[in-house]
Design a protein around this ligand. Structure first.
Ligand SMILES: [Zn+2]
Length: 280
């Protein structure tokens, strides 16, 4: 079984059966992008993607989450949405609001909270099966719009998504030659971050994993805030950005055209400064 081929096939059949997905993928091909560089090695792309408004504007307040039907539970998913089972407990689904090419969402069958600590090995197993992809995780207070239902996401690799640490924001880089070695190293970083935020159910973080040169790579972006002040500002200062793993790596998502047009290098530096947790 080649999972990457199975996913390609899933996308082609789902695009035929599910017009909304087909349209969303077509829209992604024409999406507006601008790029900022810091020296030769650091770059951030900004994508204008209005379909992400539901996720960017998501209310993750506990009461609201408890009241709404969970969109990752099978009984509430769109009737057209079909998937591929992974490890007998996850389902790989085409994301109908894509940011990346071949953007997939991988929820557990069961409705359990978003916590990465004991799932990092499974995340790496998925990366192992998907060498052309990055797999990513948004913590419950760090970009996940379903903090109550464990899920991973993935999409095709691009250079800005595999950038490691740089001067704009913090990133722990773990590299191991086996999954178990990488999981052990992850646990050390996890415990360190937990000591910095002992009151959180999970230290605030985003994670990206991928396989490169036969090694398992984990990029951990520690966070100190869910959303920057611009998110809550009114009028011309407002910018609706709600960073998750992709934004932290180097792909900013803007959902309003005015924000896409006005965002500049110094805004990106300022947003990273507000949401990234310094670790040195
Ligand atoms: Zn659920």
């Amino acid at each position: 079984m080649n999972l990457q081929n199975d996913i390609e096939n899933l996308f082609s059949t789902q695009k035929d059966e599910w017009p909304k997905l087909e349209e969303a993928i077509r829209n992604l091909e024409d999406v507006k992008i601008k790029q900022f560089n810091w020296g030769d090695n650091i770059s951030v792309k900004v994508q204008f993607n209005p379909s992400r408004i539901t996720s960017t504007g998501a209310n993750i307040d506990k009461h609201h989450i408890e009241e709404r039907p969970c969109f990752l539970c099978e009984q509430n998913r769109p009737a057209e949405q079909k998937g591929i089972t992974f490890l007998d407990k996850y389902i790989i689904l085409c994301n109908p609001f894509p940011i990346l090419s071949n953007h997939i969402t991988i929820p557990l069958f069961s409705h359990v909270p978003q916590r990465i600590r004991h799932k990092i090995g499974e995340m790496l197993s998925l990366s192992e099966k998907l060498p052309d992809y990055i797999v990513f995780y948004n913590g419950p207070k760090s970009g996940a719009s379903a903090p109550d239902h464990f899920h991973l996401q993935a999409g095709l690799k691009t250079p800005e998504l595999t950038q490691g640490d740089n001067e704009l924001r913090s990133c722990f880089i773990i590299e191991g030659s086996t999954i178990s070695e990488s999981v052990e190293l992850f646990e050390e970083v996890y415990q360190f971050l937990r000591s910095l935020q002992p009151d959180e159910e999970e230290p605030m973080l985003n994670v990206i994993t991928f396989v490169e040169d036969n090694n398992y790579k984990i990029h951990i972006f520690p966070r100190k805030a869910h959303r920057p002040k611009q998110y809550f500002d009114e009028g011309s200062k407002k910018m609706l950005v709600s960073p998750g793993a992709l934004d932290m790596a180097g792909l900013f998502i803007t959902v309003r055209e005015e924000d896409f047009n006005k965002i500049e290098k110094q805004d990106i530096e300022d947003i990273y400064f507000q949401v990234s947790l310094p670790i040195m």
